[in-house]
Design a protein around this ligand. Structure first.
Ligand code: ZN
Length: 179
């Protein structure tokens, strides 16, 4: 075993440990240094910093989880409003007849449909930008997560609009507006 040099825990001076030595008196401050203690302290220090890293990771993940939850809520509300507008709009247009008195219904219905189409375009862009690009499973930032979510949202929005139109058509058929 070679001579190992370490720092004195009292004054910081260099102490040389010769093979087989467990205690040494520091030449500078006169303090007695036990080598095993130093080893233990170093180990505790290492464990503590490991724990700190884990705790920080936990806190980061908790924050991401919370932002993800609030994002899901915003997404559901947005998609809900969009499908309602689409369904309601088509329903209003579908149930109005030739009567000029129905023009108001057609106008309102058209506005609902236009608003839903606007949301169909805007929702994936806005929600995609708000989506946290952090992968909880890998614990790392995932730059493709946003793009993947954008495509997924666009697909879901399109499906919701189609289903809403079909739903409006079914309601109109049941009520006897469609031959
Ligand atoms: Zn010392």
């Amino acid at each position: 075993m070679d001579v190992v040099s370490i720092e004195c825990p009292n004054c910081g001076a260099k102490i040389e440990r010769k093979p087989g030595e467990y205690f040494v008196t520091c030449k500078y401050c006169g303090g007695e240094v036990c080598f095993d203690e130093i080893k233990e302290e170093a180990q505790i220090g290492r464990l503590k910093s490991k724990l700190d890293v884990l705790e920080k990771k936990d806190k980061d993940e908790e924050a991401v989880r919370k932002s993800l939850q609030s994002w899901v809520k915003k997404r559901n509300i947005t998609l809900g409003i969009m499908s309602f507008l689409q369904c309601f709009g088509f329903f209003l247009v579908g149930c109005s007849g030739e009567d000029p008195a129905d023009d108001g219904l057609v106008g309102l219905g058209s506005m609902c449909i236009l608003a839903a189409i606007g949301m169909l375009i805007a929702a994936p862009i806005v929600l995609g930008a708000l989506y946290p690009d952090y992968n909880i499973l890998s614990g790392q930032k995932d730059s493709t997560a946003r793009i993947k979510m954008w495509l997924k949202l666009f697909g879901i929005s399109l499906c919701i609009c189609l289903v809403s139109v079909i739903l409006a058509f079914v309601i109109l058929s049941i009520l006897g507006f469609v031959d």
